[in-house]
Design a protein around this ligand. Structure first.
Ligand code: AMP
Length: 285
């Protein structure tokens, strides 16, 4: 693999390699096996893969979160070296390289902007769209892989691509978990030991919620989730919503669920000082 940090070098390298399809995996670093699974998903289809490592300031609505976000470039490169091939590229641009001037673009995502993460992190998805569209313009990938872990982000990116009529194919890849069920996340390394010990309650709770759908209605399931999460010391539920896969409209009653659609239970939790998200498919049958 080759590590490149300027746009001009990246573009001339992509051009001279002349390989296609080009796969793209955007990350903010502090890599774990979840990130590597996205690369592995791209390998069979893409003779050239570009992995970006860039902590994007415009998607952080909380300055402290941006400051404390883990940065582990050396070990990130070691991990990528175990999966990437000779031609593949790790792109590590600076903030100045990505944003030579302030990015003032405003994206509109309709309902996707009015639910869950969007309500609690104002401006977050606009920042995500700014950086991902900028990467798409620079790299012009054929395929881009995103984790289902960030369920709403994946829906937002698909909508952005629909609006811009970009030809890139967006692929969602499954959530990779620790042995105890906690969804892998760069933020897990920031958890205090006691909080980390109790963090598997998040997945355990949504798994139970997903099996409750047969017997219980949605308000009962939501109150079960709140009780189960807040039973753990220093854990606070930010939201738990059951939404359809495409529009992400929260459903309030089981009778409003449609057998032909896919639904997901999406959760955000404050675990000590750290915000964690997870989700699970909720099947009606
Ligand atoms: P991040 O570095 O957190 O911005 O994540 C970069 C990409 O990795 C996003 O598409 C995430 O959805 C994906 N990702 C993060 N954690 C996981 C996980 N546990 N399993 C699968 N994909 C993940």
């Amino acid at each position: 693999m080759k590590v490149i940090s300027t746009i001009s070098e990246l573009q001339s390298r992509i051009k001279s390699l002349n390989l296609s399809p080009v796969g793209f995996v955007p990350t903010m670093g502090a890599l774990h096996k979840g990130h590597l699974s996205l690369v592995e998903r791209a390998i069979p289809d893409c003779p050239l893969i570009i992995v970006s490592i860039f902590v994007n300031p415009t998607q952080f609505n909380d300055k402290n979160d941006l400051k404390n976000y883990p940065r582990t470039l050396d070990s990130d490169l070691e991990m990528l070296d175990t999966v990437l091939r000779q031609a593949d590229i790790v792109f590590t641009p600076s903030v100045e390289e990505m944003y030579p001037a302030e990015d003032k673009r405003v994206f509109r995502f309709g309902n996707l902007d009015n639910v869950m993460e969007a309500l609690h992190r104002p401006g977050h998805f606009n920042g995500v769209a700014q950086i991902v569209s900028r990467f798409f313009e620079i790299i012009k990938p054929d395929i881009a892989i995103f984790g289902l872990k960030d369920f709403q982000q994946l829906a937002v990116i698909k909508e952005m691509v629909r609006q811009t009529r970009d030809k890139v194919k967006i692929v969602g890849s499954p959530i990779i978990r620790e042995a105890d069920g906690l969804a892998m996340s760069s933020r897990n390394m920031l958890l205090e030991p006691e909080i980390r010990k109790n963090a598997p309650i998040i997945y355990k709770t949504i798994k139970q919620a997903s099996s409750m759908i047969r017997e219980k209605d949605i308000p009962e399931i939501k109150s079960f989730v709140k009780g189960s999460i807040e039973n753990a010391e220093n854990f606070e539920l930010i939201y738990f919503d059951i939404v359809d896969e495409l529009e992400l409209k929260p459903v309030t009653k089981k009778t409003k669920m449609n057998a032909g659609k896919k639904y997901y239970g999406c959760i955000a939790v404050k675990a000590g000082k750290i915000r964690l998200i997870d989700n699970i498919e909720i099947g009606l049958d």
